[in-house]
Design a protein around this ligand. Structure first.
Ligand code: NAG
Ligand code: NAG
Ligand code: NAG
Ligand code: NAG
Ligand code: NAG
Ligand code: NAG
Ligand code: NAG
Length: 502
């Protein structure tokens, strides 16, 4: 059951299609006479409602990995296309992003092909976009502050809260906007489209800097009954030096710290303590191998294996921001392992149910209650100046689960109304999609899609920032899984005039 509008392709009204043709013929006519151009321009202007979004496409720097190796770092900032910089940065206009598509590709001899999850698994991505000088400030701080640097590039980056906190120290309206954050394997069917008037607004778009967590999984499966690569659950291999007394993995403290909310820790989940930690993203740092390199490789860097190369590709849809545009900002909800505002451990384990448990009872269920918005006086974002009773609209809710996820729901904890839900079903129509084929986007046995809910200016649920939302996620517990996640990655939009409930 889908309770909110599923993000679909924008309705193709005859006017829209006509405009499309109009744009095409407009371009084609550039070499035709000036009269023709003016005529076409006049017709196009006369029909200029509704305007279809324009788009631009960017590619990441190469991601080079050997089989079993992990890529987990922030790439150097790259310039946005010149026409975007010219129109928005140089002319001082705000860029309004209405959505984007993500893909992973390989480029060989000028031919671009899609890369399957069974070839390179995208664990998650985070994209920063905005002003170069602000991006430089973040990097300068990272150069001086080792901890900040690790938070920026490593697994901690998923939480976004560190940069959120740094940026809001000086400016309540940051010049850098973040996309993604924990969206991963589902990227091809996780349609990022925002309904008007809600947009990701970027004031000084100049550069973008992505962080990727990718695993090279490109080997036929061996010794497993699983249809997917066991590497995607980031097993801690014998090469990981886990020092429980010192609280370190490979001589560094896990980042973010291994820490669950008291409620979640009370469930005894192995992922909440280093002593019982056996797999997940803390064993999945940049350059680490997820195979036993003593057994499978000639040396710890597996240098006998060929290094492969893939790229992430993003197409952004955009328009000029105008007076009616309403900007989007991160929500403080929901991480299954968290409490209060923001995230905690982010990942957890699904322990296998006891042998003989009936299928319908062999489930692992987690729940948490968190406020919809960030507001002042919470430890993770001490600089946030928003008041608890300010109003926000909930405008975008993207679920995030790993393989074996069966359902994830979002409720208003006061009315118990369901706000969004995604459920696995045989026909793949419930919002959680599992692949059953061989092509990219339909990889057999992989979780390949999670459909977000979006709201418009007329139907977005409105809450005080401290309004509690509840999430519940269910996994299939027929076998053990490490490092799973149950998150709602959500965006709110502040209500104008600082409205408060009186
Ligand atoms: C961003 O700023 C840095 C430092 O001033 C500079 O080296 C770099 O070339 C700039 N990047 C772009 C894309 O302009
Ligand atoms: C698979 O299992 C066989 C038999 O147990 C073993 O000899 C082999 O090393 C295993 N291969 C891998 C890649 O673990
Ligand atoms: C203990 O952990 C700290 C980081 O918390 C690290 O700097 C140090 O190298 C670790 N010691 C050992 C023996 O791993
Ligand atoms: C959420 O709802 C439950 C059940 O009604 C209630 O016991 C709990 O106190 C609520 N939590 C918050 C933070 O409102
Ligand atoms: C809230 O709704 C859920 C799902 O419909 C239901 O399982 C639960 O019992 C309800 N809780 C309350 C307190 O009504
Ligand atoms: C594969 O999944 C699609 C939905 O994505 C479904 O319509 C189809 O029936 C499935 N095929 C098989 C053989 O299960
Ligand atoms: C859980 O997974 C097992 C093994 O794949 C399967 O047999 C079972 O039907 C699944 N349970 C549910 C509730 O989907």
């Amino acid at each position: 059951m889908r309770v909110a509008s599923i993000v679909g392709s924008p309705a193709r009204s005859p006017v829209g299609i006509w405009l499309c043709l109009c744009n095409l013929s407009f371009k084609a006519s550039m070499s035709l006479g000036r009269t023709m151009l003016v005529w076409l321009a006049a017709v196009c202007l006369a029909r200029a409602e509704p305007v279809l979004p324009q788009s631009f496409t960017v590619y990441s720097s190469p991601i080079q990995l050997r089989y079993g190796e992990v890529y987990n770092q922030m790439q150097d900032p790259m310039a946005l296309p010149p026409h975007i910089v010219e129109r928005y940065f140089d002319q001082g206009k705000a860029l309004a992003i209405s959505g984007f598509d993500a893909d992973m590709v390989r480029k060989k001899n000028g031919v671009e092909t899609k890369v399957k999850l069974s070839d390179h698994y995208l664990h998650h991505y985070i994209l920063a976009m905005g002003d170069n000088s602000t991006m430089n400030k973040i990097q300068e701080r990272a150069a001086k502050d080792k901890m900040f640097a690790r938070m920026l590039t490593g697994c901690h980056a998923m939480t976004r809260s560190h940069v959120h906190s740094f940026l809001t120290e000086t400016n309540d309206d940051p010049d850098i906007v973040y996309f993604g954050s924990a969206a991963g394997a589902e990227y091809r069917h996780n349609r990022q489209r925002y309904q008007a008037p809600f947009r990701r607004v970027i004031k000084k778009p100049h550069v973008w800097a992505p962080t990727f967590h990718v695993i090279n999984t490109n080997r036929p499966l061996q010794n497993t009954s699983l249809p997917y690569s066991p590497l995607l659950e980031c097993p801690c291999t014998p090469q990981r030096k886990i020092d429980v007394k010192n609280g370190s993995i490979d001589g560094q403290s896990p980042d973010p710290p291994i820490h669950c909310s008291p409620e979640f820790a009370a469930t005894g989940n192995p992922s909440c303590h280093l002593a019982t930690y056996v797999g997940g993203w803390r064993c999945c740092e940049h350059g680490v191998f997820l195979i036993d390199t003593d057994k499978e490789c000639s040396d710890p860097k597996c240098s006998q294996e060929l290094q492969d190369e893939v790229f992430m590709k993003y197409t952004f849809y955009y328009e000029d921001a105008d007076v009616g545009t309403r900007k989007m900002a991160p929500s403080a909800c929901c991480d299954a392992t968290g409490t209060g505002q923001g995230v905690e451990n982010i990942e957890y384990d699904v322990p296998a149910c006891a042998p003989g448990t009936p299928v319908e009872k062999c489930l692992h269920v987690v729940e948490t209650v968190q406020p919809v918005g960030f507001y002042h006086r919470h430890p993770k974002s001490p600089n946030d100046r928003h008041r608890a009773n300010e109003l926000v609209d909930l405008v975008f809710a993207a679920p995030h689960l790993h393989v074996a996820g069966l359902s994830i729901e979002l409720f208003d904890n006061i009315t118990n109304k369901t706000l969004c839900s995604a459920v696995a079903s045989a026909d793949n129509q419930g919002g959680i999609m599992y692949g059953n084929g061989t092509e990219a986007g339909n990889e057999n046995g992989y979780l390949v899609g999670l459909i977000p809910c979006t709201w418009s200016g007329s139907d977005a649920p409105r809450f005080q920032r401290n309004h509690p939302l509840r999430m519940r996620a269910v996994y299939n517990a027929s076998r053990t899984h490490t490092g799973v996640m149950s998150l709602w990655l959500m965006e709110v939009s502040p209500v104008a005039d600082g409205d408060v409930v009186v």
